[in-house]
Design a protein around this ligand. Structure first.
Ligand code: XUL
Ligand code: CO
Length: 435
């Protein structure tokens, strides 16, 4: 194997280890509730942040040291980065990865030339996946970086741009299928508006739906049966993104008859930008049977930017894993670290420190969430809280067979209903007991 990082493979050493390059909690083969941690968590590395993120921000140039990268968009450089990335995945014990077409492979002057390089890159990825036993969690098309997509891709005012987006998505789905991808993501990069003053929103949404229907048709035509995911985000880069949060995405999918073909890929920092908690976004998706996958990161709550920080907050990882376990665990989805090191963590070894921090935080979140569920007190409290609905009348209402008159008669013939304490603080303290 290539050796670009002067780092040994990261091993589980237990919580008393003082070696920063070790897992304190992530023990891949350890079984929790009948399943290995590796199978519960399904960690993925994000190619764009880890291999292409330079650390540049609006105020300064890139800082990341990438001694393997010659800074060109040559095919040779693209292929070399793949070796570096797979060395990283192997050494960090990350089983999955995700990409955008344009971060694994450069764009050329024509679609044919661009696709020819991409085919070579995908062939090399195929070899590397086999050699190192790694899998593609999902692929996606970058429909937001090229200037042609500045006013949207599948919601562009211009048909020609829409056609380019279609070409790119068709190829990206084909490549994802070739690599055995377990899903395919649509994040609406610039699918939204900067201002309503120049926007025909209805037309743009109709176009987006038609685009997604064509993607479903294509997927069927090539026998790709992995799920499509929509990734909600409320704004940035646009003022308003059409896929603003889980509820808006589900409404859009229902309105346009797409519910059977899509699940959601939910990202923590997008949830907070939407003014929600990650837990809320996950719950909305799970309740609709549409919790697909997770982009695991975190933001700075008081900052208002999508800072894509590595998730290290145990309360957050516990809540996420509670929602995931209650929804029955991941099937095709997983925890993709859509996260970047801080600009000041510029050495290659920081890539390891960052992922170890995220993986250990989720390993603990999994253990804590499982302990809370096994203990059962929180769930028992919730069932008791709703137990009046188990009555004959409650069941009748839930089945949609009751009338307002019947309920009025019930209210009139019974004493003032007993309303019990919600005990929020008691329950919060109970959760803290496990953390
Ligand atoms: C952007 C973002 C994307 C998607 C994939 O905020 O999260 O990287 O995850 O396009
Ligand atoms: Co994301």
């Amino acid at each position: 194997m290539a050796d670009y990082f002067d780092v040994p493979q990261i091993q589980f050493e237990g919580s008393s280890s003082t070696n920063p390059l070790s897992f304190k909690h992530y023990n891949p083969e350890e079984v929790i509730a009948g399943k290995s941690m590796r199978d519960h968590l399904r960690f993925a590395g994000a190619y764009w942040h880890s291999m292409r993120g330079t650390g540049a921000d609006p105020f300064g140039m890139g800082t990341m040291q990438m001694p393997w990268d010659d800074g060109t968009d040559s095919e040779a450089n693209a292929l070399k980065r793949l070796d570096v990335f797979f060395e990283f995945l192997v050494k960090c014990q990350i089983d999955f990865y995700c990409w955008h077409d344009r971060d694994i492979s450069p764009e050329r002057d024509t679609i044919a030339e661009t696709n020819a390089v991409l085919d070579n890159v995908v062939s090399r990825l195929e070899e590397l996946q086999k050699e190192h036993n790694k899998s593609l969690l999902w692929g996606t098309a970058c429909l937001f970086a090229h200037p042609r997509y500045g006013q949207g891709a599948a919601t562009s005012p211009y048909l020609g741009v829409y056609a380019h987006a279609a070409a790119q998505v068709r190829k990206a789905i084909e490549c994802t299928h070739r690599l055995g991808g377990e899903g395919y993501v649509f994040w609406g990069g610039r699918e939204g508006y900067m201002s309503l003053i120049n926007t025909n929103m209805k037309k743009e949404l109709d176009h987006l739906a038609a685009f997604l229907h064509m993607a479903v048709d294509y997927k069927k035509s090539i026998g790709f049966d992995a799920p499509f995911y929509i990734e909600p985000k409320p704004q940035e880069p646009t003022t308003h993104q059409y896929d603003s949060d889980s509820a808006a995405c589900l409404n859009f999918l229902r309105e346009y008859g797409l519910m059977d073909h899509f699940k959601l890929n939910i990202e923590t920092n997008h949830a907070t930008l939407a003014g929600h908690t990650m837990r809320h976004e996950l719950r909305v998706a799970a309740d609709a049977g549409a919790l697909g996958s997770i982009d695991a990161n975190d933001g700075t709550a008081n900052c208002g930017w999508d800072t894509d920080e590595f998730p290290t907050d145990l309360y957050l990882t516990t809540e996420v894993m509670l929602e995931v376990l209650r929804a029955g665990g991941f099937t095709t989805g997983g925890l993709n670290f859509d996260a970047k090191r801080r600009r000041d963590s510029f050495q290659p070894v920081d890539l390891f420190h960052a992922h170890i921090a995220g993986m250990d935080a989720f390993a603990r979140g999994l253990k804590i969430a499982n302990a809370i569920l096994e203990d059962g007190r929180v769930d028992a409290f919730i069932s008791t809280r709703y137990s009046t609905w188990d009555s004959e009348l409650g069941q009748k209402v839930e089945a949609g067979n009751a009338t307002l008159e019947e309920l009025e008669a019930y209210a009139a013939s019974n004493p003032e209903p007993e309303v019990l304490s919600g005990r929020q603080e008691m329950l919060e303290n109970m959760i803290n007991q496990f953390i």
